[in-house]
Design a binder for this molecule. Structure first.
Ligand code: XMP
Length: 508
């Protein structure tokens, strides 16, 4: 299979570059710049290398540099932003830092004829984010794009197939970004576009069928997209040697537990153990109000239940994990401060004695996981499902958790989701939160003193930042009317209009 290397210099759009390349049908891998040498790149037969952006200036002492040997190994290169400057620097050019040149955001760029800009109009809008720029081109290069401020918005050495762009072709704000990447991959690197989901399924199933022959395999199924797709894929590979354990902690959404059982046991005929552990989790959570403590208790209890179940199964050889590519790439990087300790049900129980871990999705992005799920025949509503936190409704019930509160929230949440879906409102994640506020209301002629439920809907690409969704008033009204009519004990409904930051998506 042909592949492209995305050499990571620390830029914020690195995952996006790899995703765009894959969207165009070419497999892309991300590797940190200091983990692979030009000789290794050559030995791995990459069709091309993309140098990513990064926050540094090339002349700073601690800036990431790379061996100039890369310029002469005969593999096409494309530098983006810092990557573009770094290539210019390595090839003997000069870079200047100048506030007067700095460009940020949408910028008109004029291109001249160059293989990289085939089918790109002479002037188009590109996304810029830089202060440094290439002030003197290296020998053998010519400038192929300009902006009002920047005399070298792109450069090329067509003889050696080395290119650089100051703008970001991977972001959608760059009108012809996809064309630029297409030209690099297909016109310059000579790719054919052989990255297809069907091939991935076939290859993965064959690989694990061989590797796990005669082994007992265990999977913690949460009902989320990643663990569901991983489980069905592994089931294709090893059939009944796979056992799935689904721990129902009693904090799932309405009907979710039954759905999981129906689909995996009913439709796919998989060996599934459903552990109904609601009372066990609720007992542990009694009196606990602190969000991080709730997460910790659920995470630990989950592992305990899972361990007990797997012990009762006897020896297990392999454990299936729904790890996906962003988890692999992001882990190991220096992390920012912990805002919330995200616990994903399916975390690694350290006490179970097993030979190895099977991570069949570790090369895939979320949208690819979804595509695989659909191809495997998992119902669309499950595959396209919005994210749901591992600790479930526990982080959506403010204050102490009780069964009554969980049941109340489940009903309100189901109604809100139903109304949004009926009205076809586009939103990345939407749910209800049971606040710990009670307030006075009037129903019939009587005073009520009920719970306040908050509705939350957000629109986002990556969940790092999010905007509140502009849900039409009549949809909010329908949800509010139904919730107060149909859910006993709720007499007030509010809509959350804070973005992230300063708020977070979940309330806890
Ligand atoms: P926040 O609240 O951090 O949420 O803005 C961002 C995304 O992460 C999900 N989330 C979690 N997922 N375990 C998870 O698996 C957690 O503890 C957790 N907390 C938040 C949240 O639903 C949103 O999609």
């Amino acid at each position: 299979m042909e592949k492209i290397l995305v050499l990571d210099f620390g830029g914020q759009y690195n995952l996006l570059i790899a995703r765009r390349v894959r969207e165009l049908g070419v497999f892309a891998e991300i590797k940190p710049y200091n983990k692979i040498s030009p000789a290794e790149i050559k030995a791995e037969n990459y069709k091309g290398v993309i140098f990513t952006g990064g926050p540094n200036s090339v002349y700073e002492e601690q800036s990431p540099h790379y061996s100039p040997e890369i310029l002469n190994i005969g593999i096409p290169l494309l530098g983006i932003c810092y990557g573009h400057q770094l290539i210019a620097y390595m090839a003997g050019g000069e870079i200047i830092s100048a506030e007067s040149i700095s460009e940020y955001g949408k910028t008109d760029v004029k291109v001249s004829s160059c293989r990289l800009f085939e089918n790109v109009p002479e002037i188009s809008v590109c996304w810029m984010s830089h202060t440094d720029f290439v002030s003197r081109l290296p020998d053998g290069f010519e400038a192929t794009a300009f902006t009002e401020n920047c005399p070298c918005a792109a450069m090329s050495d067509e003889k050696r197939n080395i290119y650089g762009v100051q703008f970001h072709p991977e972001v959608t704000h760059t009108e012809y970004g996809k064309t630029v990447l297409y030209n690099f991959l297909f016109g310059i690197c000579g790719c054919k576009g052989d990255w297809k989901m069907d091939d991935f399924i076939e290859k993965t199933v064959a690989e694990y069928r061989e590797k796990l022959k005669g082994k007992r395999v265990l999977c913690a199924l949460s009902g989320g997209v990643d663990s569901s797709v991983a489980a069905v894929l592994m089931h294709r590979a090893v059939g009944d040697d796979l056992v799935c354990v689904f721990v129902d902690h009693g904090l799932l959404r309405k009907n979710e537990g039954d759905d999981v059982e129906r689909i995996f046991r009913g439709k796919f005929n998989m060996k599934l153990i459903r552990v109904n552990a609601e009372s066990r989790f609720l007992a542990k959570l009694e009196g606990v109000t602190e969000p991080e403590k709730k997460r910790r208790i659920i995470g630990e209890e989950f592992i305990r239940v899972f361990e007990e179940e797997s012990r009762s199964l006897g020896k297990v050889d392999y454990l299936v994990q729904g790890t996906i590519y962003p988890d692999v790439v992001e882990s190991g990087r220096g992390d920012a401060s912990t805002i919330k300790s995200h616990h994903n049900v399916g975390g690694l129980p350290s006490v179970i004695d097993f030979e190895g871990i099977a991570e069949p999705l570790r090369e895939l992005f979320k949208d690819e996981v979804r595509a695989v799920g659909l191809k495997l025949g998992i119902p669309e509503y499950l595959v396209m499902r919005q994210p749901f936190p591992g600790p479930g409704l526990a982080v959506r019930i403010i204050g102490e958790i009780t069964k009554d509160k969980a049941d109340t929230l489940r009903e309100a949440d189901a109604i809100f989701r139903e109304e949004l879906e009926k009205a076809k409102v586009v939103s990345s994640q939407y749910f209800a939160v049971l606040t710990d506020t009670r307030s006075v209301g009037v129903m019939g002629d009587a005073r009520t003193y009920g719970h306040t439920v908050a509705l939350r809907a957000v629109t986002t690409d990556d969940f790092m930042t999010a905007d509140w969704t502009r849900v039409p008033f009549d949809v909010l009204e329908a949800a509010s009317r139904r919730i107060t009519n149909e859910v006993k004990s709720i007499n007030r409904v509010v809509y959350d209009i804070t973005s992230k930051p300063p708020a977070t998506v979940e309330w806890e």
